[in-house]
Design a binder for this molecule. Sequence first.
Ligand code: NDP
Length: 328
Amino acid sequence: MTFNALLIEKDDAGYRATVKPLTDDNLPEGDVTVRVDYSTINYKDGLAITGKSPVVRKFPLVAGIDFAGTVESSSHAAWKAGDKVVLNGWGVGETHSGGLAQRARVRGDWLVALPTGLNTRQAMAIGTAGYTAMLCVMALQNHGLKPDSGDILVTGSNGGVGSVAIALLSKLGYRVIASTGRVNEADALKALGAADVIDRAELSAPGKPLAKERWAGVVDSVGSHTLANACAGTRYRGAVAACGLAQGMDFPGSVAPFILRGLTLYGIDSVMAPKPLREQAWARLAKDLDLAKLDSLVNEVPLAGAIAAGADILAGKIRGRLVVNVNA
Ligand code: NDP
C-alpha cells in the first residue's frame, strides 16, 4: 500500500522537499503505526522544509514535528488499533520520519492520548506551537503569577505560540499586552484576548539593562534583544518563559533584572518534555482554550501546500496556525 509523504532529501542534487508516494517499508522503526489525519506547519517545520537550518539530520526523512491521528496497529502495551493519539517532538521530523504524511510509525512511549473534548483537527490547530504556549503559561502559573499580579507580555503575538498564549492567558483572566510587528492586526489580537497591542519595534533594538516595570510575566517566542528588553521591563520577582528564537538565538541582556529585581527566566523545551508534563499540558489545553478563538486562528492547506507554507512561516507571512490536511 502506498501513501503520500513530504520527503526531505539531500544528496548531490541538493536539498529538496517533495511530496512522494512511499510504502510501509519506508517507515522507520517503531511499535505503533498511525493513520495521520492532520499535521501542521510550525516554525521548525519551516526550517526543515526549506533547509534554512539543519533541523533534519538524517536523509531521506519525512518532515513534520507533530501529528494527530488514529492507531492502526500497535505492539505497545498502552495503545491499540482505533486509539486517537497526538505526537509532538521527540526528534520526530528531525531524526525520525514525521507527521507530514498519511502514515507514521513511532515509539508508543512518545504518544499522548487525544484529550477528551478535542478532535484531531483541533489538536493540530493547537500543534506544537500551542502546546508550547501552554508549557509557557504553566511555567508562569507555577511561579505564582496570578491575574492580579500584573500584566503579561506576549511577544511574536501573531505567530502560533504567541496567538495561542494570548487566547489561553485571557481566558484564565490575565491582562495581556501583545507585541507584534503586524500592528495592522491589532483588532484580531484584541478579539483573541489582548488588552493592549504594542509595536515590536519598542522591544527589538538594543535596550537598557533595566527599564520601567511594565509587566509581571512574559511569554517570549522571539529571543534576542526582544527577550533582553522583556526581562528589563519585568516587575520585581516576576518571571519570563522563553521558548523561541524568531528574532535570534542570541540573548544580549544584563544580569541587572536578575540580581536587582529577582527575575526568574524559565527555559521552555517542548521536544523532550517528560510525558507527565505533556499530558498535563494537553489536558489543560482541552480545558482552558476557547475553541471558537482557536478556530479563528486556523488556516488549512493540503499536503502539497505544506512546501510553500514552510517558506511563508519563516517570512512571517502566516498568522496564527496552519493545519495540514495530509489526506487532501
Ligand atoms: P511563527 O512563525 O508562527 O511565529 C513567530 C512570530 O515571531 C511571528 O509571527 C512574528 O510575530 C514574530 N517574529 C518573526 N520574526 C521576528 C523578528 N525578526 N523580530 C521579532 N519578532 C519576529 O512561529 P511559532 O509560533 O511556531 O514559533 C515561534 C518560535 O518558538 C520559533 O522560534 C520556534 O522555533 C520556537 N518554538 C520553540 C519550541 C520549544 O520547544 N522551545 C516549540 C515551538 C516553537 P509578529 O508578526 O506578531 O511580530
